[in-house]
Design a protein around this ligand. Sequence first.
Ligand SMILES: [Zn+2]
Length: 110
Amino acid sequence: MKKCPVCGKGNLKSAMVEEKMFGFPLGAYKGEVCDKCGESFLPQGAMGEIEKKAKEIGIWGLAEKIKVVKSGNSLCIRIPAKLARFLGLKEGREILVYPEGAKKAAFEVT
Ligand SMILES: [Zn+2]
């Protein structure tokens, strides 16, 4: 029985692993799941498939680190062009911004 490399306590069991990126389903793949911490592991081939699928639906590379800049009393976040294109977001549009936890926020194109 293979031990889990993440928690070191659980055993890895064969399972179908549902992959998602930014909430988009990328299919189910044969992999291994830890019976203690729930961490999943996929073979190299599956990772390539997932990347291909994410590129097909246009979400690959949409996560990006950006700097916050000050504007008056507010803070501005630059939305990368490729994310704006993906969302169909244009200058002047309204978005709804809200927290999704202590260190996370989201926005919706309304
Ligand atoms: Zn584990």
